[in-house]
Every structure is written in structure tokens, then in C-alpha cells.
Design a protein around this ligand. Structure first.
Ligand code: PMP
Length: 359
């Protein structure tokens, strides 16, 4: 920040110090953008038609996205008030954290995890308390349970974890929930759930109604390919979701987003077939990486984690030069989204070169 950029009004210093959300950018049109865990398949024509059919955009959208809530409620066997729609699941994270935590309160999560968590906690005024990931890059839930204090107001559990891809198992999660006080909000962030093929992984949608303090978050951004339209949902107890609704910026879920989500649910079989292609591509990439001597943790998401440590910056440059836009997390590693089939050979070739040059 140059002196002339100094704010001339009194702002919250912790917000002034907060960097804005970063986004990987393709250097040129021919580069593969593997930095945001997006779906590489083009939108389905039927979904595009459903979006285009929403023409009355001189009117505000339905504030609670009732049609989509009812559809999801029927699917999961819950009441429509037990579903809350947001402009992406990141909006729901913000609402839930703000609803439960403020100055003096703590929000607990494993680290490294989704990079929006620390910012959202800072914005809420609460304090982040982090527990390092296990050596296998998964959450250390017993260590997290041990960090709960009377000030803890929210626990964030991310499965599969962004950026490492490691899942929490159903058994680990059940043991954790048994240790968590029932008045402490637990958010199970399952943005990548549809890519999971490990039957031992937790599936929050099988736990609905079991815990009075659990909210499960899902999104249409990844498996359903609607990242640009911004629509995600939370499922949980009405009292918690009502508090989230109270903090929401009104009317931020557009009619187009709801229509696209509904059309995607109509086309679910086709979309999940694409998900299966991505999951198989992921498994193939991981196997090839292991064969080349690069041991990434077992990912169940639509990305892989390359734990390159201090070699992260140089490796990122090599990927970029080869036309792959990846997401570095200095100095821990690189997250690479599973993208177009045409990107795979380059990914494996450059990865093998990087491993060879590791000290
Ligand atoms: N949770 C996790 C773990 C994520 O990785 C992301 C997106 N990167 C989100 C939530 C938010 O996704 P969206 O707002 O697009 O639903």
C-alpha cells in the first residue's frame, strides 16, 4: 500500500490488513486453468437453457430460493426450513461464522485448509485457532477436540480437505462429535463430496437430524459445474439456519442461479457421470505421480496436493511455463485441479521433471 492508498477514514485495522481473496489467472488463452478446482466440462445445454429462460430480471429473485430448498429438502428427507441457500457455500460459511462468533470468541479449524476460513473469521471479529494437519495431511480431530475452550463458538471440518484432498472418515467424525459439546456449532464443509469414492469417508447427508449442532455445507460450484453462478446450500437444524438467514445479505441468490441448480438436479445422472470421469482421472494422476516418486496424499476431491515444500515457488514457475496455471501455497506445496484430459500429460511430465530436480 502506498501512502496515498492509506484509507482516509477510520476502518477496522484488522480488515485493512486483510488481503482480498486471490484467484489464479490463466496467463493466456491456451493455458489450462487448474487453480480454482473448477469443473472442466462445458455447461450442459439444458442448464444453459434454464438460465436463459429466467427473463424477468427486472424483478428481485425469491429471497429464500424456495423452489430449490423444497427440491433439496425432498431429496434429503428434511423440511424445507432445514435447507438454506447461499450465493456459494462461502456465503453460508460467512453467515454461520458471523451468526455464532464475534469479538472474544474462537473459531477452530485444521490448517492448512480452505483459505477463506481465516479471512471470514477475521471479518466476524472472532479469533482463529488452528491445529496443524496430521503428517498424512488430514485433520487431527482428537487434537482439535482437545483445543475446544469455553470461548470456542464454531468448529470447521473440511472433508475432503482443500487443498490436501484428504477425507475425514465417518468413524473419526462420529468420535469427534461425541466429544464436542452440543451447544458448539460444527460446520462440515463438503464442497467436494460428490468426488468421494472412499466408502469410509464421512457423508454429512447421512447424519442429518442426528446432531443438534451440525450444519452440512454443499455446493453446486464443483461437481455440478455452476461456479460462475454462485449457489450452495446448508442443511441443518432450523434454529441455526434461521440465525444464518438473519445475517445474510438479502437477495444475493439470483433466479438464474436457482434455475441452474434445479436444472442440474434434473440432469444429475449426466453430471455425476462427468464427476466419475474426473475422479478416475484423479486416481490415474495420483498413481502416475507415485510412480514418478512424488507422493501426494490420497485425494478424494477434484484436485491433488503436491507437498513440494521449499521447492513450491520454482515448481509453480515450471508449471506456468508449460501452460498449467496451478495454485501454490508457499512454502508447503501446490494444489492442482483435475482439469481437461489434454492437461494430464503435461502435468505428469512436468511433475516428473520437478521430482528429479528435488534436492
Ligand atoms: N468450501 C471449500 C472447502 C472450498 O474449497 C470452496 C471453494 N473453493 C468453498 C467452500 C466455496 O465454494 P462456493 O462458494 O463456490 O460454493
Amino acid at each position: 500500500m502506498s501512502p496515498s492508498d492509506q484509507p482516509s477514514v477510520r476502518l477496522r485495522p484488522e480488515i485493512v490488513a486483510l488481503p482480498a481473496y486471490r484467484q489464479g489467472k490463466a496467463a493466456n488463452a491456451s493455458a489450462f486453468k487448474l487453480s480454482s478446482n473448477e469443473n472442466p466440462f462445458d455447461p450442459l445445454p439444458g442448464v444453459v437453457d434454464a438460465v436463459n429462460a429466467v427473463s424477468a430480471f427486472n424483478r428481485y429473485p425469491d429471497a429464500s430460493a424456495l423452489a430449490l430448498r423444497e427440491r433439496l429438502a425432498a431429496r434429503y428427507g428434511v423440511a424445507s426450513d432445514e435447507v438454506h441457500i447461499g450465493a456459494g457455500s462461502v456465503a453460508l460459511l460467512a453467515q454461520l461464522i458471523t451468526a455464532a462468533a464475534g469479538p472474544g470468541d474462537e473459531v477452530l479449524y485444521s490448517w492448512r485448509s480452505f483459505e477463506a476460513y481465516p479471512s471470514l473469521v477475521t471479518v466476524s471479529g472472532a479469533t482463529s485457532v488452528t491445529v496443524p494437519n496430521r503428517a498424512d495431511h488430514g485433520h487431527d480431530l482428537p487434537a482439535m477436540a482437545a483445543m475446544i475452550t469455553p470461548r470456542t463458538r464454531v468448529v470447521l471440518v473440511c472433508s475432503p480437505n482443500n487443498p490436501t484432498g484428504v477425507v475425514v472418515t465417518a468413524d473419526e467424525f462420529a468420535a469427534f462429535m461425541d466429544q464436542v459439546p452440543t451447544d458448539l456449532l460444527v460446520i462440515l464443509d463438503e464442497a467436494y463430496a460428490e468426488f468421494v469414492t472412499d466408502p469410509a469417508a464421512v457423508d454429512g447427508t447421512t447424519l442429518l437430524g442426528r446432531y443438534p449442532n451440525l450444519v452440512v455445507l454443499r455446493t453446486f460450484s464443483k461437481a455440478y459445474g455452476l461456479a460462475g453462478l454462485r449457489v450452495g446450500y446448508g442443511i441443518g437444524p432450523v434454529g441455526i439456519l434461521d440465525a444464518a438467514r438473519a445475517t445474510a445479505i438479502p437477495l444475493s441468490v439470483t433466479g438464474q442461479a436457482s434455475a441452474a441448480a434445479l436444472a442440474s438436479l434434473d440432469a444429475e445422472a449426466e453430471l455425476l457421470a462427468r464427476v466419475a470421469v474426473i475422479a478416475a482421472r484423479r486416481d490415474g494422476i495420483q498413481q502416475a505421480l507415485a510412480g514418478a516418486g512424488l507422493h501426494s496424499p490420497s485425494s478424494q476431491a477434484n484436485f491433488v496436493w503436491l507437498p513440494l515444500g521449499e521447492a513450491t515457488a520454482a515448481a509453480t514457475e515450471r508449471f506456468t511455463d508449460a501452460g498449467l496455471v496451478v495454485r501454490p501455497f508457499h512454502p508447503e506445496g501446490i494444489r492442482v485441479s483435475i482439469g481437461e484430459e489434454e492437461s494430464v500429460a503435461t502435468l505428469l511430465r512436468i511433475s516428473a521433471e520437478i521430482v528429479q530436480d528435488l534436492p
